[in-house]
Ligand binder design. Structure first.
Ligand code: BES
Length: 462
């Protein structure tokens, strides 16, 4: 039978199996695999075991691999001719708080008809259980038609992505020969707006830092001591506010070293996407973009670095009012990096900045929360053009090469440690509310996502 006929059969098989595949995904989503919360350790293991079992039923050689943290799920199909592919995803999910903002319990997964279309509602629906299952379902349909899985596949699923992947590097290092493939596929990104398919060709890096500022050895009366005693919240706020100047430029010395300006070609490509910043912000209840004057919105989001405060706490925040100078204040700060910016240098510059703003009487503590450089993919690999064509055929709109503001550190790790490029293809939508209450994944993303992988596999493994 010709390859195109086989592909048609795989696609039909996926359509026929959609309802069952959705039920399977709902089962997976009902396991509350929140990796950052030790109270959910058993659930994280249960999700890993669920996945291993599914993959084994499908005919993969699948195993759970212990790490110092949550287990890895590794699965192999039979060897075969041609290039090998490593598919990566994560089975852990973000915490769900604030619970009160969810329309239904986050792990009571359900299909709902909404104004946004038919959706799968649950924590992890989009990030990343629904996405990774698009690939698994494509493999299932492939096997039903071909009688065997696509050959030369390695599947790697981790359970710590949402908590900084502490076990990933040691695992890649210890299992490099087993995991190395000619290309990695990562399904943890999104469509371009309006259901236009996309391959993400660059990701920002990330530096995370937690800071504690301490002053007096106890909380103080702000009237008795105010004006004389240092206030750690004021110290923190002043230092953090000084991270940006009035034009939105980050003030850390050397911060922009390694940031690369867009090439004319990239600028033209991104301008041709017709990004509507007004509509993008309106979606989240905003109107006015911040950022440097003279830079395009997509450039600010995809190709410029940021400094952000992700959390700040200290003093009295309960009901009513308390006139207090607190003994300590805390903040969590992150930087998104682009180009060749060095995470270690950015961290060092940030720490020096904070030290320089610290009154003599105060102490400061720093806690590191991960650091990864930005990644830019080499799209000259013919797999990119083939996947672009496959996506275009499935979605009926030309697939775009886009950037992403978010970070997937493993793409850089694959390159550095296994010499492997990554192709980032995902079907999430901007309104999926990943990391927020009421996360969802459109049934269309799931169904067409699986069909897209079937087409891509036919191109790369057919
Ligand atoms: N999948 C997201 C990131 C993403 C989404 C990248 C869409 C590109 C397009 C991923 O799960 C995520 O949220 N990553 C974290 C970093 C991680 C180290 C905690 C992020 O970007 O904040």
């Amino acid at each position: 039978m010709a390859q195109t006929e086989k592909l048609d059969l795989v696609l039909t098989q996926l359509d026929k199996g959609l309802d069952t595949a959705l039920q399977r995904l709902l089962d997976f989503l009902r396991i509350p695999s929140i990796s950052t919360d030790p109270a959910h350790n058993g659930d994280v293991c249960a999700a890993a075991e669920w996945l291993r079992n599914e993959l084994e039923i499908l005919g993969f050689q699948a195993s759970l691999r212990d790490t110092d943290g949550h287990p890895m799920v590794v699965a192999h199909s039979q060897p075969g001719e041609g290039r090998t592919l490593l598919f990566y995803g994560h089975y852990d999910v973000q915490p769900v708080d604030p619970l009160s903002l969810w329309d239904r319990p986050p792990f009571d997964a359900a299909i709902q008809d909404t104004a946004a279309g038919r959706i799968i509602r649950a924590r992890g629906a989009s990030d990343d259980k629904g996405q990774l299952m698009t690939f698994v379902e494509a493999c299932r349909a492939w096997k039903a038609v071909h009688g065997a899985l696509p050959s030369g596949l390695v599947l790697l699923f981790e359970g710590e992505e949402e908590s900084g992947s502490p076990s990933l590097l040691p695992f890649l290092d210890a299992n490099a020969d087993e995991l190395r493939a000619s290309l990695a596929l990562i399904c943890d990104t999104g469509l371009y707006a309006d259901g236009r398919p996309a391959i993400t060709t660059q990701l920002r890096g990330l530096v995370g830092e937690e800071i504690v500022v301490r002053a007096a050895d106890r909380d103080l009366h702000s009237g008795h001591f105010g004006g004389l005693a240092a206030n750690p919240i004021m110290v923190l706020a002043t230092a953090l506010a000084a991270l940006k100047d009035e034009n939105g430029r980050i003030t850390l010395p050397g911060f922009y070293d390694g940031v690369e300006e867009l090439t004319d070609e990239m600028r033209r490509n991104w301008q041709a996407l017709g990004f509507d910043v007004g509509a993008f912000l309106a979606e989240v209840g905003l109107k006015y973009p911040i950022g440097e004057k003279g830079r395009d919105p997509l450039e600010m989001m995809w190709n410029q670095p940021t400094a952000e405060i992700n959390g700040i706490s200290g003093g009295y925040t309960g009901d009513g009012f308390k006139t207090v100078l607190p003994a300590e204040a805390r903040a969590k700060v992150s930087f998104r990096l682009t180009g060749q910016q060095d995470p270690a240098k950015v961290r060092a510059a940030f720490r020096a900045h904070m030290q320089a703003h610290l009154p003599a009487d105060c102490q400061i503590e720093f806690h590191e929360h991960g650091g990864s450089p930005a990644s830019v993919m080499d799209t000259s690999d013919p797999a990119f053009a083939a996947a672009k064509q496959a996506l275009t055929e499935e979605w009926g709109r030309e697939a775009a090469y886009i950037g992403a503001g978010g970070s997937i550190p493993i793409a850089g790790d694959f390159k550095r440690m296994l010499g492997m490029d990554s192709m980032l293809i995902g079907f999430g939508r901007e309104d999926d509310r990943i990391h927020s209450p009421n996360e969802k994944y459109n049934v269309e993303s799931f169904a067409k996502g699986a069909r897209s992988w079937a087409r891509i596999l036919a191109e790369l493994r057919g």
